[in-house]
Ligand binder design. Structure first.
Ligand SMILES: Nc1ncnc2c1ncn2[C@@H]1O[C@H](COP(=O)(O)OP(=O)(O)O)[C@@H](O)[C@H]1O
Ligand SMILES: [Mg+2]
Length: 265
């Protein structure tokens, strides 16, 4: 008996909303709880890979090589020193030529789905970090996932971004992945003393319902400092606010996935 990995994409076209921080720290927390976790870095900035210890200026096989079928997916796997999760790394040597080659493939949005087949039996959770740009990569992530979570900063444009993302998810449901569901909105760097943030979160509650909104991640400098040490917050600052918040977020995500089980992805 083997349970296949649940696949969760973290998306938001807005840079700086907390995608990378959320994927790494949630991955760290889940790993510490004994789950087998794989993080997939699709962002050519390769911040997740760097944070995980990959020397991103070296030459190595990346997830992009796997997507194009240039190597066996398992050849790209990077094992972290701390062992809380493994990584399929991005590469900063990503080029526009890559996108051209991807789009020339017969089923361009299904390439990541195919790559992840090789890993689904080895992990409990696969968390995917997406780039702010390069729509073809985010599309691959959403096509491969059962769940999408959206970290947001609580300014007014966030609501507009959420509306757009909801549209995108519906289109993907119709076109190639009926299983994908919007499973969470993650308020990041939420300051409850700010009246503006309070108004925005109220509006989101009204539009999306209470069940979809995760516990907030507070502003914590430890979250910003951890990448320098190449470890997630639960190793870097186990007694921090940030570590506490990511544990509560992990509870929320596990609960969402448990209630969504029975899906094929
Ligand atoms: N809750 C937080 N507290 C403090 N700094 C944060 C927090 N969340 C994110 N940051 C910082 O904000 C910046 C953007 O976050 P990041 O996770 O890289 O966003 P994205 O991947 O969406 O671009 C980073 O410098 C990160 O360290
Ligand atoms: Mg990022």
């Amino acid at each position: 008996m083997s349970i296949m990995a649940s696949i969760v994409t973290f998306a938001n076209k807005k840079g700086g909303s907390g995608k990378t921080s959320t994927v790494v720290n949630t991955g760290g927390v889940l790993g510490q709880r004994g789950y087998r976790v794989l993080l997939v870095d699709l962002d050519p900035q390769a911040h997740l890979s760097f944070w995980s210890g990959v020397n991103t200026y070296d030459t190595y096989l990346s997830v992009y090589d796997a997507l194009l079928g240039k190597c066996s997916p398992k050849d790209t796997l990077y094992k972290t020193e701390h062992g809380l999760y493994d990584v399929l790394p991005a590469s900063t040597s990503f080029s526009s030529g890559f996108i051209k080659q991807l789009l020339d493939k017969p089923n361009p949005e299904g390439c990541l789905t195919k790559v992840l087949m090789d890993f689904k039996n080895d992990y409990d959770y696969i968390l995917i970090d997406t780039p702010p740009t390069v729509a073809a990569l985010t599309l691959n992530a959403l096509a491969a996932s059962g769940y999408v979570m959206i970290p947001i900063l609580l300014n007014f444009l966030a609501i507009e971004g959420l509306a757009q993302l909801t549209q995108t998810i519906y289109r993907i449901n119709a076109a190639f992945n009926p299983d994908l569901r919007m499973s969470g909105i993650i308020p990041n760097q939420y300051d409850i003393r700010s009246n503006h943030s309070k108004r925005v979160i109220k509006e989101i509650h009204e539009n999306f319902g209470d069940a979809l909104i995760s516990p907030r991640i507070r502003n914590d400098i430890k979250i910003a400092e951890a990448p320098e040490y190449r470890i997630p917050i639960n190793l870097f600052a186990p007694h921090s606010r940030g570590c506490m918040d990511f544990n509560l977020l992990a509870d929320f995500i596990l609960e969402k996935i448990k209630s969504g089980r029975g899906e094929s992805k």
